[in-house]
Design a protein around this ligand. Structure first.
Ligand SMILES: Cc1cc2nc3c(=O)[nH]c(=O)nc-3n(C[C@H](O)[C@H](O)[C@H](O)COP(=O)(O)OP(=O)(O)OC[C@H]3O[C@@H](n4cnc5c(N)ncnc54)[C@H](O)[C@@H]3O)c2cc1C
Length: 456
């Protein structure tokens, strides 16, 4: 049985970072990946962030499904191959192809072979959450992964779930000429985001021709054949949109759950709660030599948050192999929340509702800067949307921003830099901005906010 200093189960943004980083530091490390040929590098590269954003971008630029798919496949292959080459050939991490299960707390089994390690990292990511809707299990529904591999465009795509993934796919396919209907059970799309902004995005998508129903969870789903063609029916039993809705493609995009199934965690004594692996502030599980990082530890599920968690484990193990005073705990900075619709939403911190619940209605200040007031928005040809800032009366503190507009996913980063480093609206307002640039929107938003928070 081959023995390693450390094995990562999973090759995604989190596990790979630790295994590759420690190999560079002289450890003998391995990465076990269930599907090296098609999924090395994990969800983000192969079936998540990169291909979805490539499809969204290409759909809008080319309006042609074949071109969009070709571009997506080219980008994914390039990143997949480069990532594998880097980990295996350049750095020398051992890459093992197959699904890993625990045999005991130091041993894993893959395709009948056993491997042992001093330290093990569980970085198995997440999988689609499938809601308990009547009939859903019996029909041939699709997830985001299948949808990326579609060969032919459907006529009418029914999407259950109005979160990021549902909206990004919905808008891209609508742009490609597919009729799209989205069903969101909660009162607003983009659950967790600022409600005013989410409603504005809903209106924008509806103006583009997408049908969106909110406030009613789907009751039942059926599949039938009509003239040899598959037909799906989504049923809402009551409410203002009560009715039966028909389409030829059913995408379920109702969030994701940690992928802990079939790992045989009991054999290793690793504890879970609601399927997520329980970890302490050093990302150690209930077994101190077994770490868990990324989506498998639960929400939020974002690539760079997964990599951030991995950085904690990597840096600590580089300092000392066993827990010591040198180890530093996971810090929870402000996390960007990005939605890649057109235009996109970049947000961080509190929503207006959360801020008012926390500080009281009268203390919270809200400002909105409309992109149509900005020269650069006109130059780039899209002045949809607005930048929304949430502040506190008499305070320089940034409580949250919700930036909906062209390329705002990058703009949110400068606000996070300020928030993470004890700066606020004053610092964002008091610098010389280049001109004409989209970041001038942040300058204006900050100045508007200063005018309001410090006014009597
Ligand atoms: C459609 C979609 C779009 C997304 N878009 C974005 C985005 O725009 N921005 C963003 O930040 N995040 C996005 N995400 C989320 C992001 O992909 C994840 O947060 C990130 O990939 C998590 O990294 P990870 O290392 O935890 O797991 P993963 O990247 O999922 O890696 C886990 C790996 O482990 C392997 N594996 C699982 N079980 C086993 C086992 N037992 N044995 C061996 N191998 C195993 C899997 O095959 C997989 O390759 C998106 C996700 C999806 C699905």
């Amino acid at each position: 049985m081959e023995h390693f200093d450390l094995i990562s189960i999973g090759s995604g943004s989190s596990g790979r970072k630790i295994a590759v980083g420690l190999k560079r530091a002289g450890w003998k490390t391995a990465i076990i990946e269930a599907d090296v040929d098609h999924h090395f590098g994990g969800t983000c590269i192969n079936t998540g962030c990169i291909p979805t954003k490539a499809i969204v971008e290409a759909a809008h630029n080319t309006h042609n499904f074949k071109d969009a798919k070709e571009l997506k496949d080219k980008i994914v292959k390039r990143i997949h191959d480069g990532t594998l080459r880097n980990a295996r050939e350049k750095v020398g991490t051992v890459v093992i192809n197959g699904f890993a299960k625990f045999v005991d707390e130091h041993t894993l089994e893959v395709n009948g072979e056993q491997y042992s390690a001093d330290k093990i990292v569980i970085a198995t990511g997440s999988e689609p959450a499938i809601p308990p809707i009547k009939g859903l299990k019996e029909v041939n529904y699709k997830t985001s992964k299948h949808t990326l591999d579609l060969d032919n465009l459907p006529e009418h795509m029914l999407i259950i779930g109005g979160g990021r993934i549902g909206l990004e796919f919905g808008q891209a396919f609508n742009t490609l000429g597919v009729k799209v209907t989205i069903f969101e059970g909660l009162p607003h799309i983009l659950p967790g985001e600022d409600e005013e902004v989410a409603d504005a995005i809903r209106d924008h998508l509806q103006n583009e021709g997408i049908t969106i129903f909110t406030g009613k969870f789907v009751d039942e789903v059926r599949e039938s054949k009509e003239n040899g063609k598959t037909k799906f029916t989504v049923i809402l039993n009551d409410g203002p949109n009560k009715g039966e809705y028909h389409g030829d493609y059913l995408l379920v995009a109702t969030g994701r759950v940690p992928r802990t199934r079939d790992l045989n965690l009991d054999a290793a004594g690793v504890k879970t709660e609601k399927r997520a692996i329980v970890v302490n502030k050093y990302m150690q599980t209930s077994q101190p030599h077994i770490f868990a990082v990324g989506d498998v530890t639960g929400n939020p599920m974002f690539t760079n948050w997964a990599a951030w968690q991995a950085g904690v484990v990597l840096n600590n193990l580089k300092k000392s192999k066993e827990p010591s005073d040198l180890w530093e705990p996971l810090q929870k900075p402000n996390i960007p929340r990005l939605t890649f619709t057109r235009p996109e939403l970049g947000s961080t911190g509190l929503t207006e509702k959360q801020a008012k619940e926390k500080y009281g209605e009268e203390k919270v200040v809200v400002v909105r800067f409309y992109n149509k007031w900005l020269g650069k928005s006109m130059i780039v040809g899209d002045w949809t949307g607005f930048l929304k800032g949430i502040g506190l009366k008499g305070s320089n503190e940034i409580l949250g921003v919700h930036l909906w507009g062209v390329r705002t996913a990058s703009l949110v980063q400068m606000v996070i830099l300020a928030m993470d480093n004890g700066m606020g609206w004053k610092e964002l307002a008091n610098m010389v901005y280049g001109h004409p640039i989209l970041a001038e929107g942040i300058e204006s938003l900050s100045k508007m906010m200063l005018g309001k928070v410090f006014s009597q």
